[in-house]
Ligand binder design. Structure first.
Ligand SMILES: Nc1ncnc2c1ncn2[C@@H]1O[C@H](COP(=O)(O)OP(=O)(O)O)[C@@H](O)[C@H]1O
Ligand SMILES: Nc1ccn([C@@H]2O[C@H](COP(=O)(O)O)[C@@H](O)[C@H]2O)c(=O)n1
Length: 540
């Protein structure tokens, strides 16, 4: 792996307009193709055509990520092969290139001093934290988030920071010892060994280490003869026997093409028909006669009290003649009421206080370690204001789920989560308000809940807050699959219909279960009587 820092890298094969970032920093300006320049690898941002559902109707992940292990001598061309595979795959879902270099053990000051004198053996299997490597890879393969170490070749040291990774469909790991460890080998779906002549490897290593790793030629040669060459003979070379395919270290375009064809076939087998299935079940049940309308109690929803005051607010919001200013005012007010209702679902404990007139009294205090919001873009946006009013300084992340224009499948296009749920241990202690304007087919809600579960948020700590739910839509499936998730809603409507919306093709109002379908309009599942496209009415 080249580059001074060696974090795992998230790459996309072709540029996309949508930024799917593993980092909380959104990219605003066009970035160079990270495949072309090794120096940009450390800044690479995951871009994707979107991640289709990775779970079944039971909500459980059904296909692990496809994992490829690439081993070979130092500078044999492992990173190059990995990038060529990504490039050759063309339009594919997200890929992570995970370098074994990230997992060099933390060194003592004495070891670092030896490393600077080219007297430290980085080529023995013991130099690598194989256990951590296997555990991070196993999390990623199981579609869970992970945080991997970041290594500096310049400092010969693992840095304090870690790199958050989530959401890859294909993971390519590369490293001299990638095929060495049995636990790692177990995780691979395809094992590759890159074979190059030793003089080619040495020549490439000298050029690269001088240019990119700040080394002298003398140091490189000393390290090579003392450690690199013997390790290749003893460990790296012999591990080629575990490979499914040996790829030449140069002129390897035919091998790369064969490998990508194999991967493409494997991915096709994993394609799913999720939203269609959810909507299909619904249509079939409707065509058999009048839909059986489950009651709010049967659906297990927490519905705001349907007081005349609330009904009055909904009347204004449902009215198509309501001016936008009024719509925004009442949506914000309703969002605040829903956030307050959501707060009722949290645990509280007793707290004794003293009042300004000297009386002691027992009250309540919120009993949660951490609390955040995640908004399903962009129609979850109008609920953010309500949550901010109720919870001071609350961190709110976002997810972008959009329907594929051809298949209608929900696609996860963007994940930007607050820090408190980017680490598994913290996520387990965090309560999350998941915000979306309405639940129609339920496909977006399903996907968003799955993302939180992948990060280790317990289902009982997820509070889905929404203005409207379609009684006969996917809510029954969402509730059946994730019974511990609380759904707080303003009103429950009876209808859900697939409609052609004229002239709104460019809209990205994706939280409302719509299918983008050309510039002249789009097909969308709309809740009826409903309020129309809440995001459009709020933001346009
Ligand atoms: N097939 C190839 N053709 C030409 N140059 C290559 C090829 N593969 C690798 N290289 C060059 O060799 C050097 C080391 O390659 P790299 O992929 O970083 O090796 P590794 O990851 O195995 O250490 C890089 O400068 C790279 O550009
Ligand atoms: N601080 C370090 C750590 C490792 N190395 C050398 O890197 C080689 C593995 O990386 P490749 O990208 O070449 O596969 C390995 O041979 C180590 O000797 C180093 O020089 N300094």
């Amino acid at each position: 792996m080249s580059g001074l820092l060696t974090p795992a890298v998230l790459l996309q094969s072709t540029p996309s307009s949508t930024n799917v970032s593993p980092d909380p920093t959104p990219s605003s300006s066009p970035r160079p193709d990270p495949l072309l320049n090794t120096k940009t690898l450390k800044n690479a941002v995951l871009k994707s055509h979107g991640r289709p559902p990775w779970y079944g109707e039971d909500g459980q992940p059904c296909f692990p990520a496809f994992v490829i292990g690439i081993a070979g001598g130092s500078a044999s061309g492992k990173t190059h092969v990995a990038r060529q595979i990504v490039r050759s795959l063309g339009s594919i879902p997200t890929v992570i290139i995970l370098s074994q270099d990230s997992f060099y053990k933390k060194h003592s000051p004495e070891e670092i001093a030896l490393a600077f004198a080219s007297r430290f053996d980085f080529d023995h299997p013991d130099a690598i934290d194989m256990q951590l490597f296997a555990s991070c890879l196993s999390d990623l393969k199981a579609l869970r988030q992970t945080n991997i170490p970041v290594y500096s070749f310049e400092q010969h040291q693992r840095l304090d920071e870690t790199k958050y990774l989530y959401g890859a469909t294909i993971i390519i790991t590369e490293g001299i010892m990638a095929l060495q460890d049995p636990a790692l080998r177990e995780l691979y779906d395809l094992k590759i060994f890159v074979q190059a002549d030793s003089d080619v490897m040495l020549a490439r290593r000298i050029l690269r280490d001088v240019k990119e790793r700040g080394r002298s030629v003398e140091g490189i040669l000393e390290q090579y003869l003392r450690y690199v060459k013997p390790a290749f003979d003893n460990f790296v070379g012999p591990s080629s026997r575990y490979a499914d395919i040996i790829v030449p270290g140069k002129d390897n375009s035919v091998a790369i093409e064969l490998i990508s064809t194999h991967i493409r076939r494997q991915l096709e087998k994993r394609a799913r028909q999720f939203r269609r299935k959810m909507a299909g079940t619904l249509s079939r049940s409707l065509s058999r006669g009048p839909a059986r309308h489950l009651t709010n109690e049967e659906l297990g929803l927490v519905v705001l009290d349907q007081t005349p005051q609330l009904k009055g607010m909904f009347t204004i919001l449902r009215d198509e003649t309501t001016p936008r200013q009024d719509f925004i005012f009442f949506i914000d007010r309703l969002a605040t009421m829903l956030a307050e209702k959501g707060m009722e679902m949290l645990p509280y404990r007793d707290k004794t206080i003293e009042t300004p007139v000297g009386c002691r009294t027992v009250g309540k205090v919120l009993d949660v370690e951490s609390l955040c919001g995640v908004s399903i873009l962009r129609s979850g946006g109008p609920l953010e204001q309500g949550l901010r009013r109720v919870v001071n300084d609350v961190a709110i992340g976002s997810l972008l789920v959009q329907s594929d224009s051809k298949t209608g499948e929900p696609l996860l296009l963007h994940v930007m989560l607050p820090a408190c749920i980017r680490e598994r241990a913290r996520a387990a202690k965090t309560w999350v308000f998941l915000l979306d304007a309405q639940i129609g087919t339920g496909a977006s809600a399903f996907m968003a809940i799955r993302v939180l579960l992948d990060h280790g948020v317990p289902p009982a700590q997820i509070i889905f807050v929404t203005f409207l739910v379609a009684r006969c839509g996917g809510i029954a499936m969402v509730r059946r699959t994730f019974p511990e998730v609380t759904v707080v809603v303003g009103a429950v409507d009876d209808g859900l219909h697939e409609t052609w919306l004229e002239g709104v093709g460019a809209s990205m109002d994706v939280g409302e279960d719509d299918d983008l379908d050309g510039a002249a309009g789009r097909k969308a599942w709309v809740v009826q009587p409903g309020m129309g496209q809440i995001g459009d009415r709020y933001y346009l």
